[in-house]
Design a protein around this ligand. Structure first.
Ligand code: GDP
Ligand code: MG
Length: 194
């Protein structure tokens, strides 16, 4: 926990040199086609792409959020398709991240089985205890579900992660997934400041 605080403080100080506002780097990770880019598109622009290709063209989007009346900016990084070829992303992608959304597709068991590997990669490349939420996306695909809500919850509990199920298609819980991470980072920092 101390390491987490120190890491977050470092990250905050770095950003504060450029701006008075809070700016948190949050990364989206998980297997190809689980819906990472569409979660970001839904959250940042309220858009959805039914047949999205691997690359939508943005590396990150800065999203303003209101937390306790304070403006917080989340700089949300999307893999832009690297995971399709390498099944991993570079260490530069993780550098400075204080939050992570670890995404799988509830209609594809393999993407849930791969979560452990993504968690290892995250922990290898981040020098701090990143605030992480496990996200079971595509909750609208009820008839195709291969991973139960209880399984997702159990894995999250075992790994000390937040948990939520989302649908970028019907918007359910998308904002909540991002907000959970950013609010937790904000709370950790405020507690430390006090
Ligand atoms: P990424 O590779 O993880 O960035 O995944 P994309 O965002 O490109 O999505 C891959 C495919 O899944 C696209 O065809 C999307 O339209 C579809 N998709 C993404 N999110 C959802 C969702 O919540 N529900 C459904 N039914 N399809 C989704
Ligand atoms: Mg993508």
């Amino acid at each position: 926990l101390v390491a987490l605080y120190e890491g977050l403080e470092m990250a905050l100080c770095t950003e504060e040199e450029q701006s008075e506002d809070y700016l948190f780097k949050v990364v989206l990770i998980g297997d190809s086609a689980v819906g990472k880019s569409n979660l970001l598109a839904r959250f940042a622009r309220d858009e959805f792409y039914p047949n999205s290709k691997s690359t939508i063209g943005v590396e990150f989007q800065t999203q303003k959020m209101d937390i306790n009346g304070k403006e917080v900016k989340a700089q949300i990084w999307d893999t832009a398709g690297q995971e399709r070829f390498r099944r991993a992303v570079t260490s530069a992608y993780y550098r400075g991240a204080v939050g992570a959304l670890l995404v799988y597709d509830i209609s594809r068991r393999q993407t849930f089985d791969d979560i452990g590997r993504w968690l290892n990669e995250l922990h290898t490349h981040s020098d701090m205890n990143v605030v992480t939420i496990l996200v079971g996306n595509k909750s609208d695909l009820k008839d195709l579900r291969e991973v139960s809500t209880a399984e997702g919850k159990a894995l999250a509990e075992a790994q000390g992660l937040f948990f939520i199920e989302t649908s970028a298609l019907d918007s359910s819980n998308v904002a909540a997934a991002f907000q959970t991470v950013v609010i937790e980072i904000y709370n950790i920092l405020s507690r430390k400041v006090i």
